[in-house]
Design a protein around this ligand. Structure first.
Ligand SMILES: Nc1ncnc2c1ncn2[C@@H]1O[C@H](COP(=O)(O)OP(=O)(O)O)[C@@H](O)[C@H]1O
Ligand SMILES: [Mg+2]
Length: 370
């Protein structure tokens, strides 16, 4: 049996882990062979968090060191993945590595989206060709450089019978709309996914995240705070649009919480933030695909309170996870970057101008040989 195995590496704005997958893309199928979650070494996680949150005071030595250290961490993740899957470097066509976004400014002039994680380090340490820097070409053509997963969602998840919406609940949430009778895939970032939830859980509980939303479940939604946050202009912007922690960050949250007054309990704010993600995702879906079947992916699909609220808000639309469509929710995004790497090797465009706003389709990614 023939195979065409690529590796996808994804580490998103949540800084939770490096997701590493090996996928067989033979004959345009997408078959997940093995997947691991590689926890960031604590020191590297701090280095990256500092670059992201202290961006105005970034020291170039720290930037350079993190760039290399992340390349080595990616290589470690790949080696662990290969060992567990009993694969050799020679079995792998290429690694598609998203890199770590340290700054995403698609609306500044000039616009940019900056990912780090040294490709030469990764390629030489593993002996495998690396494709990375997926966002620059789209940005160079006036696009947001994001989201890039919709083309992959279109490839694997389109149905000719039903409209479908794929919702990626990462640090930032994005949706992809797949109409049954049209080949035009659309999509955009809806706003915060887990990023504010994670920040608030860390600040108040000292935990990375509110597991299953169980803390928020004890809180009461503060309607005035929710309304105030929902009034943010991002939510009413027309697509194409993308966002990041540059905008939906602790300062954004503090402004709203302070405006709501001092009397609110932390747990009630967490409940309100959960409702904010659920409401903005559901509102976006109802606007663009009121009849679509909805499939959730990304780490937020494990937050049962959040998924219950999305389901309730969208009733009678059905809401499930991408596991129903053959790819477990935690691995969809990493699979997308393996697939985008293959598109690069085939000289096929990977962006969707209707999604990113770029002036034309373009081949995405830079190739680094070992
Ligand atoms: N069991 C869980 N309960 C609640 N939230 C979870 C759970 N597992 C993961 N998450 C959330 O998912 C996030 C990671 O999601 P991920 O899709 O990896 O995002 P990113 O692409 O930004 O890295 C975590 O930071 C956390 O907020
Ligand atoms: Mg992640």
């Amino acid at each position: 049996m023939s195979h065409e195995i690529l590796i996808g590496l994804m580490s998103g704005t949540s800084l939770d882990a490096i997701d590493a997958v090996a996928v067989d893309l033979h004959n345009d199928s997408v078959r997940l062979i093995h997947a691991i979650e590689y926890k960031f070494p604590e020191k590297l996680r701090h280095q990256l968090a500092n670059l992201i949150t202290q961006h105005e005071a970034v020291n170039l030595d720290h930037l350079g060191a993190a760039h290399r250290a992340l390349g080595l961490a990616y290589a470690d993740a790949v080696k662990q993945l290969l060992a567990e899957a009993k694969l050799q470097p020679d079995d792998i066509t290429a690694i598609g590595c998203h890199g770590q976004t340290i700054r995403h400014q698609p609306d500044s002039n000039p616009a940019f989206s900056l990912q780090i994680g040294d490709a030469a380090t990764l390629a030489t340490a593993t002996g495998i060709t690396v494709v990375n820097d997926f966002r620059s070409a789209d940005v160079a053509l006036g696009g947001q450089g994001a989201p890039l997963v919709p083309a992959f969602h279109g490839h694997v998840f389109t149905s000719r019978k039903r409209d479908r919406v794929i919702v990626n609940l990462g640090g930032i949430a994005n949706i992809t709309v797949l109409k049954k009778d049209a080949d035009s895939t659309t999509g955009f970032d809806t706003g915060p996914g887990n990023t504010l939830l994670d920040y608030w859980a860390d600040k108040n509980l000292g935990k990375r995240y509110d597991a299953s939303g169980s803390w928020a479940r004890n809180g009461i939604i503060v309607e005035s705070l929710l309304d105030d946050m929902l009034a943010d202009h991002y939510f009413s912007l027309k697509p194409p649009k993308s966002t990041g922690r540059e905008y939906f960050n602790p300062a954004w949250l503090s402004r709203h919480v302070e405006a709501a007054g001092p009397e609110h309990k932390a747990v009630d704010v967490q409940a309100t933030l959960t409702a904010l993600t659920a409401r903005t995702v559901a509102d976006a879906i109802r606007n663009v695909a009121p009849d679509g079947d909805v499939y959730l992916c990304g780490g937020g699909a494990n937050n049962t309170l959040l998924t219950e609220q999305i389901t309730a808000a969208l009733k009678p639309q059905t809401v499930a996870t991408t596991a129903e469509l053959g790819i477990a929710p935690d691995w969809v995004e990493a699979c997308a970057f393996a697939w985008l790497a293959r598109a690069r090797l085939r000289h096929t465009p990977g962006n969707l101008p209707a999604v990113t706003g770029a002036s034309r389709p373009v081949i995405l990614g830079a190739i680094t040989a070992p």
